[in-house]
Structure formats: structure tokens, C-alpha cells
Ligand binder design. Structure first.
Ligand code: PAF
Length: 287
């Protein structure tokens, strides 16, 4: 087990990536905010198998948190993260410093419109601008051929694909499946902030998504009817503040009133200290 190089300036990261590129090696990047779990590690494994060198970035990006959000309590444990990444055989950990990434006169942002407006974008103004800005900076610093994101953040992945397409960035985006706990809860660094009672009840979210998928596969076409059923089930089993439950087109992320093809069912629920999101893809069965 060899420790990954820990790199914390943009110049050193770019120099290392230039060296690897000069040697004809393919670079994979897994952008994270740390406090790694099996979901992140599955993205790392994908990169290790698809690229010659794997960089994991760890940066809790202040720009993507609203003033009343959980930036201060977002879990952090860099020592543990590095140990996990060393066990996996990652080549470098890029941990930029906030003062270098966002100097006091920082004044440039990158914004994807439309795709970023609904779902989480409507609930967290400025969030995706923060994500697309930091991801652009991470791409510039690490110069990857390939970057891997998780499907749990479905809208984020769609927005980043659009960013790459619209700015003609020379890299490939891969989206890997959501990893779940045995009871269906989508893995997330934030799960550690759930109370014991919330942790017991949160599988209700996946159960509601799975129920909706079954309805669709059995021929239900009316999205409002499905959303209504999901809402009642979540209110009964979990409570919390349901920010949205939406059934959207997988590419445009526009709300659908009727199901005629593949869809994504997405939701966000706010509990006392944690905001959880999840989604599932569904398609009416062809008879
Ligand atoms: O998904 C995340 O963890 C973050 O949004 C990302 C992509 C690392 C940007 O900060």
C-alpha cells in the first residue's frame, strides 16, 4: 500500500498532470468533498480501471453552500480519507487551499442555465453556480481525460455534462450508479449527521422511489397520482420537510404530467440537520 501524493497547490497539481500527460498516461479525476464512503470509492474504482493515474480531489467548496446551509457541519476527516485512498491505490489527492481557489477579489463564476434552474436548483439558489465554478477549476488544475460523478446527484451530473459540452472541454464525463446501504438509503457523507431515529426512518425515501418505479412499470401514466402516493408514504413513514418530488425527463429535467417513456423520479427532503436527495430511473414496460 503506497500513500497517494498529497498536492495542495494548483501549480504543483498542473505540473504533475503535465508530466503524466507527457508520458502518454490517461488521467482520471474523482471530485469529492471528502468524508469518503463506499459510493465515492466505487467512483475511485471506476477511475482506477479506466485510467492510468487517478486523482481524487477533496475540497468542501464554500461557493456551493447557501448562507443557511450545512457548510460548517459538513463532515471532514482527511486522515481517514487518505488512508482509504491509499488502500485503493490512488495516485494523488488534490486538496486545494481555499485562499488559492477563492482569493478575496475572486470574481469569475461559471453558470449553466435552464438545467440548473429546477429541482435542487430551485431550492438552493446559487448552488449549481458554485458547483460548476469549482468543477471548472478542478478540471483546470488536474487536466483529466476522464472525470467520474455519482448518479445520486442526478441533476449535478446533467449540469456538468452540459458544462463540458457547451464549453467544449476536452474530457469525458462518466456517471456511476448510486451505492446504497442494505436498507436502500443512498450513501452520502451527510448521513452521519442523521439522528438515530431519523436513520431508522429514512429508508422511506428509497421505498417511495421504488414504489413509484413499480407503478410506472405496471402502467400508471399520471405523474401527479404517483407523486401524491409518494408524498403520503413519506409523510407517514418519515416526516420532515419535502422540498420536492418530481418526475422529469431524463435529459431536459423538465417536469412531466404524463409518462410516455423513460423518466427520472427525484426528491429532496429536509430533516433537522440534514437535507437528503435521491432519485431512480423508471420506464413503462413495453407490452
Ligand atoms: O458532489 C460533490 O461532492 C460536489 O458537488 C463536487 C462535485 C465535488 C463539487 O464540489
Amino acid at each position: 500500500m503506497s500513500k497517494p501524493q498529497l498536492i495542495n497547490t494548483v501549480a504543483k497539481m498542473q505540473a504533475q498532470s503535465d508530466t503524466w500527460r507527457g508520458e502518454g498516461l490517461r488521467i482520471g479525476l474523482v471530485p469529492t468533498m471528502g468524508f469518503l464512503h463506499e459510493g465515492h470509492l466505487s467512483l475511485v474504482d471506476y477511475s482506477l480501471s479506466a485510467a492510468d493515474r487517478t486523482i481524487v480531489s477533496i475540497f468542501v467548496n464554500p461557493l456551493q453552500f447557501g448562507p443557511k446551509e450545512d457548510f460548517a457541519i459538513y463532515p471532514r476527516d482527511i486522515e481517514r480519507d487518505i488512508k482509504l485512498l491509499a488502500q485503493r491505490g490512488v495516485d494523488a489527492v488534490f486538496k486545494p487551499q481555499t485562499v488559492e481557489f477563492y482569493p478575496p477579489d475572486f470574481s469569475t463564476t461559471v453558470e449553466v442555465t435552464h438545467l440548473a434552474d429546477g429541482l435542487c436548483g430551485a431550492m438552493r439558489p446559487g448552488h449549481f453556480r458554485g458547483v460548476t465554478t469549482v468543477v471548472s477549476k478542478l478540471f483546470t488544475a488536474t487536466k483529466p481525460h476522464l472525470a467520474i460523478f455519482g448518479q445520486k446527484d442526478y441533476q449535478q451530473a446533467a449540469v456538468i455534462r452540459r458544462l463540458v459540452r457547451d464549453l467544449n472541454l476536452d474530457l469525458h464525463i462518466e456517471v456511476a450508479p448510486t451505492m446504497r446501504e442494505a436498507d436502500g438509503l443512498a450513501m452520502s457523507s451527510r448521513n452521519v449527521n442523521l439522528t438515530e431515529d431519523e436513520r431508522r426512518r429514512v429508508p422511506a425515501l428509497y421505498q417511495a422511489l421504488a414504489m413509484a418505479k413499480r407503478y410506472i412499470e405496471c402502467g400508471e401514466r399520471d405523474t401527479q397520482r404517483i407523486i401524491g402516493e409518494m408524498r403520503s408514504q413519506i409523510e407517514k413513514e418519515l416526516g420532515g420537510d419535502i422540498e420536492y418530488i418530481s418526475i422529469v425527463h431524463p435529459d431536459t429535467l423538465e417536469d412531466l404530467s404524463e409518462i410516455a417513456g423513460p423518466v427520472v423520479i427525484a426528491l429532496a427532503v429536509r430533516l433537522a440537520n440534514v437535507r437528503l436527495i435521491d432519485n431512480i430511473s423508471a420506464e413503462p414496460s413495453r407490452k
